[in-house]
Design a protein around this ligand. Sequence first.
Ligand SMILES: [Zn+2]
Length: 123
Amino acid sequence: MHELAIARHLLELTLEHAEENKATRIDQINIVIGQLSSFVDESIQFYWDMLSDDTLARGATLNFSYVPMELTCKHCQHSFSPEELAHICPQCESLALEVTAGDQCYLESIDIDTPESVGMEKV
Ligand SMILES: [Zn+2]
């Protein structure tokens, strides 16, 4: 059920940003999902639709992009992006690996309409 929590979190951030900028409409929300984060975009979309129903974000398009996982060896500093989670450094065979990318899900950017961006052409 953690997609519900992330959807709520993303919506809060979006609405906060929209309010700060006096948005009149929210067009697109760009979300980054790490390969390791185990978030399912369809589930996020599902909860998003449910939660955003009576907010300004209603009808906004969610765009998902995916980042591969990256592991870094604490021993030799080698960074690599395996297809599947690895436990051994391919360079020095150390087991001291750290996930340095791909374990998050976050809001990258939001496209909104603001009073300044709409109908500003001089007559
Ligand atoms: Zn290593």
